[in-house]
Design a protein around this ligand. Structure first.
Ligand code: ADP
Ligand code: TRP
Length: 319
């Protein structure tokens, strides 16, 4: 079974990325052959600073490794080290119906947030389909917001198979039900583009400040509070044990404790949760060649598979 996922190096990774995508991806590396890549071509739709793109790409590799990606089990590579994927994206775009892409939420959302309507932004799901299909992927671990992109991938695979004969496998999304959407400090979906993120490897002072500024309602200290609607409680549930979560739920119901106390408790748990990963990150940073070695080996493995699949595709379409 082949497992594949990608993450854009368009900024610093936050705990929404961790619980929504990285943790499930890391857990899956034990179940099959995992391919994880840094989606730089996708990031080009929003990042226009070459230095930033290069630095972020390295940082994503570092953070992913620090969080537990095991390069002995999973190939980690840069999307741009497998440029064949852009050839496949072109071939897929020749069968991709305009209407299918016009219905994509992420394109409409990005325009609504003020991004310029470029062809690349519109074509983003086709490149993503190529990423997935070029490795004969079976399972794609992603956050819920990416689900439609997998549906588009499947539609394009079916279209190609109907037109040119059986070329592609149909991939399945793997979405973590428990952590469907991680809320940010304002209660909306955590996203770097909303500025409501808590970063995985932020420094202590900044992380505490972000946690302490989580938006709450104005229920007075003594009154009972609704844990099910609280961002503090939702985030705490991700990092605390079942017993600790049950305890906090009770303290919410009982009243007598203020949101400030709950935030402090959340900060402590959150900080402890990522402590082993911070340590691993320091170790990786101390080894100057480690990241480059991992990326080189990952790229080699990814190219082996991509070349085989592209041979099949080229033969099928007549190139
Ligand atoms: P951002 O919204 O910060 O730009 P990305 O779109 O780059 O994040 O998302 C990278 C991965 O992390 C995707 O698989 C996405 O589904 C997941 N992800 C991002 N934010 C969240 C969130 N708040 N909750 C759950 N998963 C998330
Ligand atoms: N679009 C994904 C995101 O923004 C990143 C991505 C690119 C991806 N190609 C992929 C994820 C292929 C899974 C599979 O998060």
């Amino acid at each position: 079974m082949r497992i594949l996922s990608g993450i854009q190096p368009s900024g610093v990774l936050h705990i929404g990325n961790y619980f929504g995508m990285m943790r499930p991806a890391i857990a899956l590396q034990a179940e099959g052959e995992a391919f994880y890549f840094i989606a730089e071509y996708h990031a080009l739709t929003s990042v226009r600073d070459p230095q930033a793109l290069r630095e972020n790409s390295r940082r994503v590799a570092l953070d992913f490794l620090a969080c537990g990606l095991d390069p002995e089990r999973a190939a980690l590579f840069r999307q741009s080290d497998v440029p064949q994927v852009t050839e496949l994206a072109w071939i897929l775009s020749t069968v991709a119906p305009m209407g299918l892409l016009e219905r994509a939420h992420s394109y409409k959302d990005k325009l609504a947030r003020g991004m310029a309507a470029t062809v690349g932004l519109f074509d983003y799901p086709v490149l993503m389909a190529a990423d997935i299909l070029i490795y004969d992927s079976d399972i794609v671990p992603i956050g819920k917001d990416q689900k439609q992109h997998i549906e588009i991938t499947r539609d394009l695979a079916v279209k190609m198979n109907e037109t040119f004969g059986q070329i592609f496998k149909l991939p399945e999304p793997r979405i973590q039900a428990a952590t469907e959407v991680v809320p940010g400090i304002d209660g909306q979906k955590m996203s770097k583009s909303y500025g409501n993120n808590i970063d995985i490897f932020g420094d202590e002072k900044e992380t505490r400040k972000r946690v302490m500024s989580i938006v709450t309602d104005s229920t007075p200290v003594e009154a009972p509070k609704d844990s099910s609607r609280s961002t503090i409680f939702k985030l705490y549930s991700l990092v605390a044990s079942q017993n600790e979560v049950a305890e906090m739920r009770e303290r919410f119901q009982k009243g007598g404790a203020g949101y400030g106390d709950f935030k402090k408790q959340l900060f402590e748990k959150l900080w402890d949760y990522f402590a082993p990963m911070r340590k691993r990150r320091e170790e990786i940073l101390a080894d100057k060649t480690y990241i480059d070695d991992v990326l080189r080996r990952g790229a080699k493995r990814a190219n082996e598979v991509a070349d085989q699949v592209m041979e099949r595709v080229r033969a099928a379409v007549g190139l």
